[in-house]
Design a protein around this ligand. Structure first.
Ligand code: GAR
Length: 206
């Protein structure tokens, strides 16, 4: 049997990087026909970037403050991604909006993970928003990225219960467990299955 094609991906992150590590772990378990070609962070000392270096991955710090505009910063990232040969971009806790130029450069091959059942609770502090709204079910969403904030066709969602004694921290921790399952699952399906976008829907199947 022919080996599955290994797709080079670029990861953008701003902080801890646990979703990046979940992708890397799935690759190491041979569950994901991909390789991380480069990890880029807009935060020079982001723990996720430090971990990428420890793992021997290509890691680039591109602090956004060094660029005059969002467009200029995003162009630096596009150049770094192109240099690494990345065919897909995975946002893993990348806490900045992408410019239209960046999205145009990679769409539809940009994925994001967000800690809510979108379209509920986009933006910052999604878990806090869920608690404030009193919902009984929360979760995470992996979606293709468009120019909007946490919008774009949904690939995978996973739900968790909200418990009466939940705090933002306990709810975030319960959701994070599902994030680490959902992200590799979503990327794997996109890489190995046929899919198409119809309106706001992503449909798997030929
Ligand atoms: C994750 O919970 C992710 O869903 C969220 O940031 C966290 C990053 O954690 N992303 C967003 O809120 C994007 N709107 P990580 O650095 O450990 O992967």
């Amino acid at each position: 049997m022919a080996a599955a094609r290994v797709t080079p991906i670029g990861v953008l992150l701003s902080g801890r990087g646990s979703n990046f590590l979940a992708l890397q772990a799935a690759i190491e378990r041979a569950e994901l026909p991909a390789r991380i070609a480069v990890v880029i962070s807009n935060v020079a000392d982001a723990p996720g970037l430090v971990r990428a270096r420890e793992l021997g991955l290509a890691a680039r710090a591109l602090p956004h403050g060094e660029s005059a505009s969002r467009e200029a910063h995003d162009q630096r990232m596009l150049d770094a991604l192109a240099e690494a040969g990345a065919e897909w971009v995975c946002l893993a806790g990348y806490m900045r909006l992408l410019s239209a130029r960046f999205v145009a450069g990679y769409a539809p091959r940009i994925l994001n993970i967000h800690p809510s059942l979108l379209p509920a609770f986009p933006g910052l502090h999604a878990q806090r928003q869920a608690l404030a709204a009193g919902v009984r079910v929360a979760g995470c969403t992996v979606h293709l990225v468009d120019e909007g904030l946490d919008s774009g066709p949904i690939v995978v969602q996973r739900a968790v219960p909200v418990l009466d004694d939940d705090t933002e921290e306990t709810l975030a921790a319960r959701i994070l467990v599902e994030e680490h399952r959902a992200y590799p699952e979503a990327l794997r399906r996109l890489l190995v299955e046929p899919w198409a976008i119809e309106g706001r829907r992503l449909r798997f199947g030929a």
